[in-house]
Design a protein around this ligand. Sequence first.
Ligand SMILES: Nc1ncnc2c1ncn2[C@@H]1O[C@H](COP(=O)(O)OP(=O)(O)OP(=O)(O)O)[C@@H](O)[C@H]1O
Length: 259
Amino acid sequence: MLEVNNVCVSFRSERQEKLFGTTRDQVLFDVSLKVPKGTCLGILGESGSGKSTLGRVICGLLKPDSGELKIHGTSVYASRSGRKNLQKRLGVVFQDYTTSANPRFRVKEIIAEGLSARERNQKVRLNRIEETNHLLELVGLNASYADRYPHELSGGQLQRVCIARAVACQPEIILFDEAISSLDAHTQVQIMDLLRELKEKLGLTYIFITHDLTSVTYLCDDVLFLYHGRITEHIPVSHIAETKDEYAKKLLASMIEFD
Ligand SMILES: Nc1ncnc2c1ncn2[C@@H]1O[C@H](COP(=O)(O)OP(=O)(O)OP(=O)(O)O)[C@@H](O)[C@H]1O
């Protein structure tokens, strides 16, 4: 179980009245959520609502001003061991697969980043070739891709490699930050099918940050709406049509009209 309790985040404001002013802009206000094991939580909000900031708090990259992040009851930011505990259990897949994969690395070296993390965490020595081939198959590619460079892959294939790298460290939870947003609609569906399959096979828990309601309804169990840094609603996806939240209603209406 991953828990976020009363998290507040602010950044130093660019508009300072004094030269060394300390005015801050608050981006997250008292955000709390729980993600039970084996479920998928969608975090939905428009641009600037604070989704990625919340994502950075969840993956251990940004200590909040106040509030806490807990994984299996252990506070992440209270100690170094708390952060290490999170690193062992959580993988991340970002939107920009072109920059999150080193262009000078071959596919096998990209996946090796995840395998090395697993070797360190579990204090084991892995058969890299065997593991890489297994992971490539798991994400719908095959061993022949291992020697390719990122520029020799399509966007969808490269994002599959990034997913393989995240899965390589055997995390319990994977955070996806707009991970399918830059792909075309057909590839998005293929990747979402892959994510569903992996979740089932490996018993994973997902946190799926997006601005796209359709992908949330396709993939998530629960959805949380973020508006100007505040959670306005947190409901099961199956009850999304009954939402009371104005922002959620607007999103829903635009999707229905579009359909
Ligand atoms: N490091 C930072 N320093 C200052 N302000 C920041 C920083 N990171 C984010 N912000 C501000 O916090 C607010 C929320 O940004 P965030 O990236 O979390 O939004 P988002 O919902 O993920 O948007 P998008 O969908 O466009 O990525 C924005 O106003 C942004 O300018």
